[in-house]
Design a protein around this ligand. Sequence first.
Ligand SMILES: Nc1ncnc2c1ncn2[C@@H]1O[C@H](COP(=O)(O)OP(=O)(O)OP(=O)(O)O)[C@@H](O)[C@H]1O
Ligand SMILES: [Mg+2]
Length: 244
Amino acid sequence: MGKIVAVANLKGGTGKTTVAVNVAGALARRHDVVLVDADPQQAATAWTRGADNRVRARRHVMESGGEGGDGASDAGCRRWIEAVRGAAHSADYVVVDLPPRLSAVVAAAFALAEVVIVPVTPGGAEMRATRRTTAMIARARAARDGSRPDCILVPNRVDRRTAVGRALDSHLRELGEAVGPVLRQRAVHMSSFDAGAWVGAHAPDSEAMGEIEALVKYLRNRPDQQPAPPEASGAPASELSSSL
Ligand SMILES: Nc1ncnc2c1ncn2[C@@H]1O[C@H](COP(=O)(O)OP(=O)(O)OP(=O)(O)O)[C@@H](O)[C@H]1O
Ligand SMILES: [Mg+2]
């Protein structure tokens, strides 16, 4: 059974799709990977349309659920869970890009995932939503064996020239979850969407790619809650909750 990696934050625009597409792309160099696009906006599907992607997103939106599965029936919820479990039977990793809302599909993903990556951009509203997201992960953990899903908070769009950028990782550490390598504000993430390619295909020697590699390395060698690593060097790449 492959590992299910959910990418979530209850706040919109924090980089969930960017992280999901690029983590899936990087993992796919060595593993069989399925990227599940669970967001009705279908950004991951649009992003992976180009020919250079080994991973093309599969659309698995929770049926009859409206935005994010809020109104999904129990049967719709069960079908979504079976589709993701089915994907995990045939792959080493399933990466799930989630919508930015408290919804049945997010709860279902937390019930299945081995790890949840939570990208967070600087800002007060983002911190509040991230706190709600980690609280939801903690509830999902309590409803399971108490240790899964792991959580990796990922500071994203960080600009060290700004005070909020410099303060982000120390604020995240207060949440009591692992804090992964930092992803800086990099224009190449925007141009890779326009190119329909993950960053490793679009800009393989970029600093953005180096940061994605550092994140994937952290994910794969995830220590059992050891202290967070130093910030990524940015060097070019060389190489259901209780309610369900
Ligand atoms: N590290 C980064 N550097 C520069 N731009 C970034 C970075 N991360 C994300 N972006 C840009 O920020 C915008 C939002 O990113 P993305 O779509 O990944 O967020 P999201 O959390 O999936 O949004 P939504 O909640 O709408 O699904 C996009 O234009 C993306 O290109
Ligand atoms: Mg998205």
